[in-house]
Design a binder for this molecule. Structure first.
Ligand code: ADP
Length: 448
């Protein structure tokens, strides 16, 4: 086992990793920008190193500064968290080249899954069902039209390098295809430096269901069921739950086995998430995330495992601490993402938190790096807390969430908590009867 690990991240996820490491008896090193000198992860880690000025490109994405921080402190491994460098294959490669262990999959696996066209092809060959669309990239409009004729409309033009809900354009007809194709390519080039796009059938009313997988890098793998993350705004998840309200044990086992076999076949190491759209009882692969997800705590709650501990264990060459038969769904868990944002525009609301109170009690977990008097810097993601609740069943989890939302205090900045309080009243949330479009439609009818 390692004795020291460096966490190349900030905010709640840095704390999450520090906590797991500490329970394992490992010492932790935080890295931070000058804007984060007072941040909680800096205070909580055993050591902290400043790696640059506020913009992420000069600090949390500054590969040479992070490698130097490892060398100075003697860190043997790096946990990348999510976002920032977590899915950057060249970073993973550089880390390994410096004889430091990257806590996550191999650079090769990150590279395959980071390119959506290659990911689709790989998954298809591994027997995972994909959304109908182009085989490979679509380089010109003539080919796009030919694919459209096969697939039919509506369809979606997607950037192979896309992520974070960006790099997608909808085309409802042949006339719209030209504009969608050109703008998707131009935006992909500008945003990701790669204009390669592909086409996918646009599914009208699917749910977003993702399967949590875990591999030991030696050909053994398990799945930890699914999460339903259909409640989204601008293709970004807002509210996540496990198990999926529409997924029964048989369906879970079926899709879980397909995913487990796929990751076992490629010798995948660590945590991964295989994302699907789910419509009329059929699963369609959309992408694989080769890292810990923001919403991993709902899976931890229902399976009673510590996924970060497990990531660190397998990175250190230890076997997984559970087998498939040990993994049983227990109850129901829900997570809401609390952002420092002003409603109804969802515009960033950085600033000083004058008062902070986290909810507590049975089945309540608040993952946050906030504290009284903390100033949320304007440079990074607006996620400030994740509220996770666990109950014996879905109604109990919902009641607990409603209760916990009433306890949270975050004064001084605007947050999305009022949105969740409203959402608790919505029938679709209560019944679990929603698709990926539900929240956008609900927001339109609730402009306040
Ligand atoms: P990203 O990598 O940007 O998160 P994804 O491919 O995972 O992109 O898609 C994000 C979201 O966009 C999905 O959860 C879903 O809401 C929507 N989406 C993606 N592909 C399709 C599709 N083929 N049809 C309908 N909606 C889609």
């Amino acid at each position: 086992m390692f004795s020291k690990i460096l966490i190349a991240n900030r905010g709640e996820i840095a704390l999450r990793v520090i906590r797991a490491a500490r329970e394992m008896g490992l010492s932790t090193i935080a890295v931070h920008s000058t804007a984060d000198s007072d941040a909680m992860h800096v205070r909580m880690a055993d050591e902290a190193i400043c790696i640059g000025p506020p913009p992420a490109t000069s600090s949390y994405l500054n590969v040479s500064a992070i490698i130097s921080a490892c060398e100075i402190t003697g860190a043997e491994a790096i946990h990348p968290g999510y976002g920032f460098l977590s899915e950057n294959a060249s970073f993973a490669q550089i880390v390994e080249d410096h004889k430091i262990k990257f806590i996550g999959p191999s650079a090769a696996h990150i590279r395959i899954m980071g390119d959506k066209i290659t990911a689709r092809e790989t998954m298809k060959n591994l027997g995972v069902p994909c959304v109908p669309g182009s085989d490979g990239g679509v380089a010109d409009l003539r080919f796009a039209r030919a694919v459209a004729e096969q697939t039919g409309f509506p369809l979606i033009v997607k950037a192979t390098a896309g992520g974070g809900g960006r790099g997608m354009k909808l085309a409802r007809s042949l006339e719209e295809l030209e504009t969608a194709f050109r703008t998707a390519r131009a935006e992909a080039k500008a945003t990701f430096g790669n204009d390669k796009v592909y086409l996918e059938k646009y599914l009208g009313a699917p749910r977003h269901i993702e399967v949590q997988v875990f591999g030991d890098g030696k050909g053994n793998a398990v799945h930890l069921g699914e999460r339903d993350c259909s409640i989204q705004r601008r293709h970004q998840k807002v509210f996540e739950e496990a198990p999926g309200p529409t997924i029964d044990a048989e369906t879970r086992a079926r899709i879980g086995e397909i995913c487990t076999r796929a990751v076992a076949d490629i010798g995948y190491e660590g945590a991964g998430t295989i994302e699907f759209l789910y419509e009329n009882g059929a699963f369609y692969f959309i992408e694989m995330n080769t890292r810990l997800q923001v919403e991993h705590p709902v899976t931890e709650a229902v399976f009673g495992v510590d996924l970060v501990r497990e990531q660190i264990r397998v990175a250190a060459g230890k076997p997984m601490s559970f087998a498939q038969e040990d993994l049983q769904v227990n109850g129901h868990a829900i997570e809401v993402r609390v952002n420092a944002e002003k409603l109804p525009e969802f515009s960033p609301s950085p600033g000083r938190v004058t008062q902070y109170h986290a909810p507590g009690g049975l089945g309540v977990r608040m993952d946050s790096a906030l504290y009284d008097g903390y100033s949320i810097p304007p440079y990074y993601d607006s996620l400030i807390a994740k509220l996770i609740v666990h109950g014996r069943d879905r109604p109990e989890a919902l009641a607990r969430l409603n209760r916990a939302l009433g306890e949270v205090i975050v004064d001084g900045v605007d947050t999305t908590i009022p949105l969740f309080r409203e959402l608790m009243l919505a029938e679709a949330v209560q019944t679990g009867d929603y698709t990926i479009h539900w929240l956008e439609q609900w927001l339109e009818s609730h402009p306040g």
